[in-house]
Each structure stands twice: as C-alpha cells, then as structure tokens.
Design a protein around this ligand. Structure first.
Ligand code: NDP
Length: 249
C-alpha cells in the first residue's frame, strides 16, 4: 500500500534539491504532487522528471499575492490540500560586517515571513487531517560564522511549527518541522562561490559532521514522507532532526 495514495501534496521550492527529492518520493508513494518556485523553466523540467502528472506553479514566497494565486489555482484544480511541505528557502552567508539591510530582508522575507504566509494563506485549502511540514535547519540553535541571520530565521521556523500546531489542532491539522543538517544540494552554489570554494566547504563540513559526510536530498525526503504520512499521526509541533549527529553528538 502506498503511503500517500490519493493525497494532494504541495511542496514549495519543489524544483530543486531537497524539495525535488521529496516531490519524487511523494509521487512514487501515490500523491498528486504540485511543486512551486520562482523559475518557470526549472519547474517545468522538474515536473517532467517527477512524472505522475506532477504540476509546477510559479510562485514567489516573498510575494503574498503570488502565494495566494498559487493556492487559488491548486484549490480550483484539486480541491483540498492534504500535505503541505513548506520548503522554499535561501541560505546566503556573509561576514557580519558585510550584511546589508537588503540581504537581511531577503533572508528574512524568504525564510521567515515567506514560511508564515505560505501556511496562513493555505488555511482555506487545507483538508481536515492535513499534515503541514516546515523546514528549519540544524543551525537553528548553533552559531555558524556568517549565518547568524539565516540561523535566526530557522529558529523562528521551529517556533512557528509549535505556534501553528496549537492554532490548527482543532481542525486536526498537524504541523511539524524537519531540521536537516548539511545536505548536498544546489543551495551550496547559490551564494556566488566558485566550484572550488564550494567543494572545499563541503569537504570541511564532512570533517566536522559526526557521520563524516553530508546528507542527501533522498534521505531528507524520507523524513518528510514520515511526517506527511499517517505513521506520524501522534506528532504535533515536533521537530525531526536529520543531521548526521551535528546537534546531538
Ligand atoms: P535549493 O537551493 O536546492 O532549493 C531551494 C528551493 O527554494 C528552490 O526550489 C527555489 O526555487 C526555492 N526558492 C528560493 N527562494 C524562493 C522564493 N522567494 N519563492 C519561492 N521559492 C523559492 O536548496 P535546498 O534544497 O538545499 O533547501 C531546501 C530547504 O532546506 C531550504 O529551506 C533550506 O534552508 C533548507 N535546508 C537546507 C540545508 C542544506 O544543507 N541543503 C540544510 C538545512 C536546511 P526557485 O529558485 O525557482 O525560486
């Protein structure tokens, strides 16, 4: 029996990295998958890769009109949403002295405000019994040079999972949060570093992670599947940490 048979699953940032791995797994498990992101071309090719009639909808989580329009399209076409994975995010680091207001706002608007409104605006479309999963980070209570603003947004996301959970329990909607550690996805190349610098950073990360390697998008997708499925039905406002032991060891 497939774990998400006949479920409608929406994954923000589903055209790359962890979101794409999750979309692939959810579709294999019988879900009708809708992915969102800003880039129309990569959404199209990701939807083709996912198959199973997956659909891509252009939506920018920093733009409330754009988020609302995506949900409206999803609602019109599929009715209610059973699983919402709020995964879109950016991780741009910079030395503290170089962090501009513009960069701060970009990180905050995407990773904090974007998450808040990706849930708030979904409310009319969420099915009773739906599972909402937010994406935090193992950095949410650690210091990591250059990533203070990023880590703070991810701590806020963990807090949102608890707050939303209490707000939505009366509708039997579960809200949980997954905190990945260092995962090998395209996010590492989005800060403008050279290929050599990126590979150097990843090699260094592997030395400080207790598991001695970065995780994969497929491994994180398994965590999202658990939180999306009925197997996690007694979890409300919980954090699932998948980080190769960084937080605990
Ligand atoms: P990727 O860069 O591969 O994917 C990020 C996704 O977010 C893309 O699909 C991108 O699509 C989308 N996105 C970014 N900004 C916006 C926006 N304004 N509106 C809509 N979509 C947006 O990164 P990962 O897969 O690695 O990251 C996924 C999540 O996991 C993020 O929240 C990240 O913070 C978190 N995470 C990642 C870790 C890692 O080591 N990889 C560690 C801990 C947490 P598009 O460009 O088309 O908009």
């Amino acid at each position: 029996m497939k774990k998400l048979e006949n479920k409608v699953a929406v994954i923000t940032g589903g055209n790359s990295g962890i979101g794409l791995s999750t979309a692939l797994l959810f579709a294999e498990q019988g879900a009708k998958v809708v992915i969102t992101g800003r880039n129309e071309q990569t959404l199209k090719s990701a939807a083709e890769t996912i198959g199973h009639d997956a659909e891509g909808i252009v939506s920018d989580v920093t733009d409330l009109v754009s988020i609302a329009s995506a949900y409206q399209q999803i609602g019109d076409k599929f009715g209610k949403i059973d699983v919402l994975v709020v995964n879109a995010g950016i991780a741009i680091g910079a030395p503290l002295a170089d962090v501009t207001e513009k960069l701060f706002d970009q990180i905050s608007d995407t990773n904090f405000k974007g998450v808040f409104f990706s849930v708030k605006l979904a409310l009319p479309y969420l099915n009773e019994g739906a599972s909402v999963i937010l994406t935090s980070s193992a950095t949410n209570e650690k210091g990591f040079p250059g990533y203070a603003a990023y880590a703070a947004t991810k701590a806020a996301v963990r807090s949102l999972a608890r707050g939303f959970s209490t707000d939505l329990m009366e509708r039997n909607i579960r809200v949980n949060v997954l905190s990945p550690g260092a995962i090998d996805t395209p996010i590492w190349g989005r800060g403008g570093s050279s290929a050599e610098e990126i590979s150097g950073t990843k090699d260094y990360m592997a030395t400080i992670i207790p598991a001695k390697r970065l995780g994969t998008g497929d491994e994180i997708a398994e965590g999202f599947l658990y939180l999306a499925s009925d197997a996690s039905r007694y979890m409300f406002g919980s954090e699932l940490v998948m980080d190769g032991g960084v937080k605990t060891l």
